[in-house]
Design a protein around this ligand. Structure first.
Ligand SMILES: NC(=O)c1ccc[n+]([C@@H]2O[C@H](COP(=O)([O-])OP(=O)(O)OC[C@H]3O[C@@H](n4cnc5c(N)ncnc54)[C@H](O)[C@@H]3O)[C@@H](O)[C@H]2O)c1
Length: 344
């Protein structure tokens, strides 16, 4: 296949690029590098541009003879989306509309899209299934749900083949420790904790210690980036015109923020320092995936998504790359600004 990956220099996108190329596909990354890293793409073609620029995308799709688009470019900080909802709608929904327009103009009829488990909103801790009614609790989740709906319309009206993945919390790094999470923007939970351990003065802020969970902190479902990539590879082979596949991608198990902090301490042998602050607007109490549908439809099961395996692989990356990709993103943050991003 000849695949264009928007957001291909990002954490999940670059892992997709590398895996697709390693299995004989032609993968091309398209990214504005606002959050991603050119070094992460590792040999795949990287094309610079904004995902909202549909003319540029259409020309590129034609020139590269693309047959499939994996659309991952977007913004994904819940806290930032609460502060700047219009920007999130513009990039996440507007970007998806631009991708769909470019596909229509260049004759590309297969699309995979990364949505989020946070479209389900606040959970009780029970796993959330695709048949559950979405109730997005943040502008980020709302922008992703709106993008899903636009893709659904395009499937019905134009007969394209599409797969929407609702990832829960992507985490972990390549087994060889050469690639991992290194965003130029706000870091997510596990990288934030591990970064705090390579900078001895850092203290983590945990948002909310009085949630209705066993230890009072939010519960999330962490899924290894390698398992997410495998879901994409399986889906690429199962797409059909006029059909929309909607799948959760998670481990099916929840871990609280404090459990993750403790696991990072056990794996690294270094005790993280943290402080509990007020709850943060937009966060959900619990967000755990029911993965029965993807398992039945694609034969997908999480293989590397135990918390231990995720933290061990992430630590191999962070220990050897304390500042992320040299000269790229993942900039060090001042210790006092180190924060915990609970929801990806
Ligand atoms: N990582 C997670 O836990 C998680 C969970 C649910 C959903 N998702 C979604 O999966 C996708 C990939 O996530 P990720 O973790 O790799 O994020 P990431 O931030 O590492 O990657 C996103 C990429 O998109 C690029 N980008 C942003 N705005 C752009 C624009 N206007 N034009 C072109 N490129 C742009 C960034 O430079 C970056 O390389 C995102 O859409 C995210 O919302 C991620």
């Amino acid at each position: 296949m000849r695949i264009l990956i928007t957001g291909g220099a990002g954490y999940v996108g670059s892992a997709c690029c590398r895996a697709l190329r390693a299995t004989g596909h032609e993968a091309f990354a398209y990214d504005d590098l606002s959050l991603g890293n050119a070094a992460a793409v590792d040999g795949a073609g990287l094309h610079l541009g904004d995902v909202r620029d549909s003319d540029r995308l259409a020309a590129l799709m034609r020139r590269l003879a693309i047959d499939t688009v994996i659309h991952l470019a977007g913004l994904s900080s819940v806290a930032e989306s609460v502060a700047a909802p219009a920007r999130y709608r513009d990039v996440n929904l507007g970007g998806t509309e631009a991708v769909l327009r470019a596909m229509a103009r260049s004759g590309v009829r297969r699309l995979l899209f990364s949505s989020t488990g946070s479209v389900y909103g606040d959970g009780t801790g029970a796993p959330m299934a695709e048949a559950d009614v979405p109730a997005p609790g943040s502008p980020y989740a709302a922008s992703k749900l709106a993008a899903e709906q636009r893709i659904g319309e395009q499937v019905r009206e134009q007969g394209i083949a599409a797969v929407v993945f609702r990832y829960f919390n992507a985490a972990g790094a390549d087994p060889d420790g050469r690639h991992g999470e290194a965003r130029a923007g706000e870091l997510r939970l596990i990288p934030t904790i591990l970064r705090s351990l390579t900078r001895p003065r850092s203290e983590l802020a945990v948002f909310g210690g009085d949630w209705p969970t066993p230890d009072g902190t939010c519960v999330r479902d962490f899924v290894h980036v390698g398992d997410i990539v495998r879901a994409h590879m399986l889906a690429c082979g199962s797409m059909a015109p006029g059909r929309l596949g909607l799948y959760n991608v998670g481990s099916g198990a929840g871990s609280s923020v404090l459990e993750v902090i403790r696991e990072c301490g056990r794996v690294t042998g270094i005790e993280p320092r943290y402080r509990i602050l007020e709850r943060r607007p937009g966060d959900a109490v619990a967000n755990v995936a029911d993965v029965a549908r993807i398992s039945a439809a694609l034969g997908w099961q999480p293989r590397r998504s135990s918390l231990r395996s995720i933290v061990e692989s992430a630590w191999r990356w962070h220990r050897t790359h304390p500042d992320g990709y040299a000269g790229g993103g993942g900039r060090a943050r001042p210790a006092e600004q180190t924060i915990v991003e609970a929801l990806g």
